[in-house]
Design a protein around this ligand. Structure first.
Ligand SMILES: *Cc1c(COP(=O)(O)O)cnc(C)c1O
Length: 494
């Protein structure tokens, strides 16, 4: 029997491969499995397994309409030498926690964990459903997603990818990473506007029925690499299971011992994956949700009221600067007793009033979650303190989680062993990280800082950074916001 996926806003029900192809349900809802699957093996059996083997054990429970061969093929194409370690997601024990390093892929941020496999899941899904059109991925990015999607889709057969970014609105390293992207099917466009305008522009293109017809006639169809795609969520469940098995194998925990998981959160995808892992039977106790100054989730866990009506704060952990955490909808649906009407009502309120309140019963269902946040000063402090005490250098996003973990322990005295999801390499946010350690670094240039970080942290400069030092710029298109559709058509030769 196939595990089916249902919209969080209606009865729309599809198979896993259809959910991956569609991304979003027709009613605007998100696809969720009708029942969360359980792990089919005893944790002991996972102890000696490779990342790829664990990935198969976990993902086959979710993507039941993929054959064993199809799924293993996707996994092996994704988790290969693009990662700079065979472990794929190594664990570093430092400062009283286990840092699960999710940044060893092509673009040194955790988005690679899912975006290296999504293109293969998508092309396999297209074949399974007899889609003949070429898939065109459209993405608006504030920095990390764009590059990870480009790297994932570059030269993948029967796909093209167009990434829009706000010209002048991303870090110099992020921009250089994108405009040097190789691959004949990749296209990077700067827009004269901000991220919101890029995102609205992409949404408008998706919603353009006329264009959809034109595209179909030319043999194309759009799809999304956004984190609401179930094809991005499922691969993220894997590393929590893998990490637990590894801690067990290394004798750091005993079988059945519960651990906590701390996740620096933006769109709520990563922590939702940990929640799914817990539901699969993984012994996770608390899910600790860490926010930066954009602490809409902290306020939600405290009060049961989700309210996006507030100032948007630009921080040094930009991938978490977000006021609408899209994936939270999947949790809301679940704690509403999988009631799509109730969920829809709340999501409509979010669109119209910018806020909604959950009931006391729903709030009681959130007891496994703990939310807190770290200010900019606290984030910098913790980077410096951990570096000075242990020599380990963490990035700004991971630092938000490290600080919140300290607050959690202080507040609860809970000494349960904990995994901190380490979501980016410090080399991706070199300037913020180095400034946190010592303000004297502010005078140095971007690549000088990279070399200095390598020296003080005693880690080699990642390939992803080494490459862009001298790489030629391959994309220099910059357009007005109202020229985005034309840019897409031009790229497709229409
Ligand atoms: C995307 C991102 C996050 C936030 O993850 P979500 O799944 O959106 O909650 C955190 N840190 C980094 C470095 C990211 O790129």
């Amino acid at each position: 029997m196939n595990l089916m996926y249902k919209s969080t806003r209606s009865n729309e029900t599809v198979t896993a491969s259809q959910a991956i192809l569609k991304g979003l349900a027709s009613d605007g809802g998100l696809f969720v499995p009708v029942a969360l699957p359980k792990l089919s093996v005893d944790i002991d059996e996972l102890k000696g397994m490779s990342y790829q083997e664990v990935a198969y054990i976990v993902m086959k429970e979710f993507l039941t309409d993929f054959t064993e061969e199809e799924l293993k093929n996707c996994i092996n194409k994704a988790y290969d030498s693009k990662f700079d370690t065979e472990e794929i997601a190594p664990i570093v024990k430092a400062d009283g926690a286990y840092y699960l390093e999710l940044f060893h892929g092509a673009t040194i941020a955790f988005k690679d964990m899912a975006l290296s496999i999504l293109p293969h899941l998508l092309t396999t899904s297209a074949k399974k459903n007899n889609v003949k059109n070429e898939i065109v991925i459209l993405t608006a990015t504030s920095g990390d997603t764009g590059k990870a999607a480009l790297a994932g889709f570059a030269d993948v057969e029967n796909t093209r990818i167009v990434v829009f970014y706000p010209k002048g609105g991303v870090s110099p390293i992020q921009e250089k990473q994108m405009v040097t992207q190789k691959g004949a099917n990749t296209h990077v466009v700067g827009i004269k506007g901000n991220f919101d305008q890029a995102q609205s522009g992409v949404k408008a293109i998706f919603g353009n029925k006329e264009l959809e017809k034109e595209l179909d006639a030319a043999g194309f169809q759009f799809s999304s690499a956004n984190s609401i795609n179930i094809g991005r969520l499922v691969p993220q469940v894997v590393y929590y299971v893998y990490a637990y098995a590894k801690l067990l194998a290394e004798g750091e925990i005993v079988k059945g011992e519960k651990i906590n998981v701390v996740v620096p959160t933006g769109n709520f995808g990563n922590i939702l994956a940990a929640y799914y892992a817990k539901n699969m039977g993984l012994p996770i106790d608390k899910l600790i949700c860490a926010s930066n100054d954009n602490k809409v989730l902290y306020d939600f866990f405290e009060t049961g009221s989700y309210d996006k009506n507030r100032e948007f704060i630009l921080t040094n952990s930009p991938s978490m600067d977000i006021l609408i955490s899209s994936n939270l909808e999947r949790l809301i649906y679940k704690i509403a007793g999988c009631d799509d009407a109730k969920n829809k009502e709340l999501m409509t309120a979010l669109t119209t009033a910018g806020k909604y309140d959950i009931t006391a019963d729903m709030k009681a269902e959130l007891k496994d979650f703990y939310g807190n946040y770290a200010t900019e000063a606290e984030t910098a402090e913790v980077i410096k303190a951990i570096y000075e005490n242990t020599g380990y250098v963490i990035d700004t996003h991971t630092a938000v989680a490290a600080k919140v973990y300290k607050k959690y322990k202080e507040a609860t005295k809970d000494e349960t062993k904990s995994i901190i999801a380490s979501t980016a390499s410090p080399f991706k946010f070199t300037r913020s990280v180095m400034n946190a350690i010592d303000s004297k670094y502010d005078a140095m240039g971007d690549f000088e800082l990279v070399d200095e970080l390598s020296k003080i942290g005693n880690v080699a400069v990642p390939n992803a950074i080494e490459e862009i030092r001298t790489a030629p710029v391959l994309h220099d298109t910059v357009v007005e916001v109202d020229e985005m559709t034309d840019a897409v058509k031009k790229f497709l030769g229409m």
